[in-house]
Design a protein around this ligand. Structure first.
Ligand code: ADP
Length: 168
């Protein structure tokens, strides 16, 4: 069976819920026999972007690399699910233009909520000045202007967020 690939690009602050939603979505799609692959920002930084930092330039390079791999996957029929902060609008828009079936998903929770979750303990370190260039604290996050989907993870459960995809 020929599958139609796509890029489901989850963008948002650290702790907003990108990884959680990516895995839930991945499971649901695989149960329905769709071929999928997750590209998680944290893992990409180990294997694909080691050595890159968190300047705008390095972040843009990182996002373009993820976009390149996502395109290879999607054009071969795979649904590439990306969970990456990808804070800069321009490079996301660039990928949207150069990719087919690029679906931008804004995973949103107010920064206070993300910070109270502090899944990886990074907000505390950023507040203490032990991490520089931390998105939302000491580095910008440019919200999507016209995302295809918004997941409000402070108002809805993971299941509700992922169910919302089916209606699109
Ligand atoms: P990110 O990948 O964006 O950094 P994570 O998925 O690692 O974020 O962490 C999000 C945290 O928020 C998890 O602990 C998750 O259980 C919790 N959470 C609460 N509600 C939701 C929701 N509706 N969607 C996603 N995550 C949620």
């Amino acid at each position: 069976m020929k599958h139609l690939g796509a890029i489901l690009w989850l963008t948002g602050l650290s702790g907003a819920g990108k990884t959680t939603i990516a895995h839930n979505l991945d499971q649901k799609l695989q149960t329905r026999s769709y071929p999928t692959e997750i590209l998680d920002g944290d893992i990409v930084r180990i294997y694909l972007s080691q050595g890159l930092g968190f300047s705008k330039q390095d972040r843009d390079i990182n996002v373009r690399r993820i976009g390149f791999v996502a395109n290879l996957l999607s054009r071969n029929g795979i649904i590439a699910i990306i969970a990456a902060i990808s804070p800069y609008r321009q490079v996301r828009e660039e990928l949207k233009k150069t990719s087919t079936k690029f679906i931008e998903i804004y995973v949103y929770a107010p920064i206070a909520v993300c910070e109270s979750r502090d899944v990886k303990g990074l907000y505390a370190l950023a507040r203490a000045g032990q991490i520089q260039h931390f998105t939302g604290i000491s580095d910008p996050y440019e919200e999507p202007i016209n995302p295809e989907i918004i997941c409000q993870t402070d108002r809805f459960t993971v299941e509700q967020c992922v169910k919302g995809f089916a209606r699109k």
